[in-house]
Write a protein that binds this ligand. Structure first.
Ligand SMILES: [Cu+2]
Length: 304
């Protein structure tokens, strides 16, 4: 007993010290992003500001209400000889005040919230439309009127590491479960409309940097839009935010934001690739049939 007790407390102390040290380390603190991100567009910043406004309203209300409660409980406690006030219970003035104050608070919250909500639902004057389709368990992106489509699946590294008994340390995989084979490429400084739907079950397309989280429902099309700041090119990540089945955790979203010029070049390249008579399976078959008399079909097929 006497040996065990100090051993446990030493372990606990060591754990506590490690915890405190990790909290104090700047790198660990950087990972502690508990709040929403202000995002990469004017709209996401609007939503962030609205969120902060509501947050500070809640903090203020909590301080006033709990402060009043705690003060009353301590100051007017029975042990100090406090007696319940009978007049306070039916005071018209106080009842009017505690009805009016919350009404005013609610109005002051509803007005900016409604303004932002109307803005988020206004996809007019968009230059580009992308249809986002959720599948079990990947995302499909179609650049409308361009013929370009992308199927975005969990990256090979993450997929291998996630397998039971893979023996791969997930910490060794960069952006584990947050990387894909083909990211969604979008232009910065262009108003883009996304039409979100699903093929099988309900998914949800969530990209925190855009402040967009919309359900993808089979048979329905949900609309959202974004206009990324011209200087915010780079890679941003999101996830499916609706429990959609066994592999729900394995259908991340990766957004590659390019400048308008780079995006146009990329799109053109994709379209050119579509136009090119690539070596298609049907072509291989033709080659195979024409050369079948030369008794070399096997090599042709494998080469194709
Ligand atoms: Cu999903």
């Amino acid at each position: 007993m006497t040996i065990k007790t100090p051993r446990v407390s030493t372990t606990a102390l060591a754990a506590l010290a490690a915890g405190v040290m990790s909290l104090a380390a700047p790198s660990a603190q950087a990972a502690w992003t508990l709040n929403m991100t202000p995002g990469i567009s004017a709209m996401s910043r609007e939503i962030y500001s609205l969120h902060m406004l509501m947050f500070w309203w809640c903090v203020g209300i909590a301080i006033v209400v709990f402060g009043f409660m705690i003060f009353s409980m301590v100051h007017f406690r029975k042990s100090k000889g406090a007696v319940a006030d009978q007049h306070f219970l039916h005071s018209n003035r106080i009842e009017i005040i505690w009805t009016l104050v919350p009404v005013l608070i609610l109005i002051s919250m509803a007005v900016p919230a409604a303004r932002v909500l109307v803005q988020t639902e206004d996809p007019v004057a968009t230059e580009l439309s992308i249809r986002v389709t959720g599948y079990q368990w990947k995302w499909g992106y179609e650049y409308l009127d361009t013929g370009v489509t992308i199927l975005s699946t969990l990256s090979r590294d993450s997929n291998r590491a996630r397998q039971l008994g893979s023996g791969i340390d997930p910490n060794s995989v960069p952006n584990y479960l947050l990387s894909v084979d083909h990211p969604l490429v979008v232009p910065a400084g262009v108003k883009v409309r996304v039409l979100i739907t699903a093929q099988d079950v309900i998914h949800s397309w969530w990209v925190p940097a855009l402040a967009i989280k919309k359900d993808a429902i089979p048979g329905f099309i949900n609309e959202a839009w974004f206009d990324i700041d011209a200087d915010k090119t780079g890679t941003y990540r999101g996830q499916c935010a609706e429990l959609c089945g066994r592999d729900h955790g394995f259908m991340p979203i990766v957004l590659e934001v390019k400048s308008k010029q780079d995006f146009d070049l990329w799109l053109k390249k994709q379209q050119d690739a579509l136009k090119q008579p690539a070596v298609t399976p049907s072509e291989t078959t033709t080659t195979t049939t024409t050369t079948s008399q030369a008794t070399t079909p096997a090599t042709h097929v494998s080469a194709g």
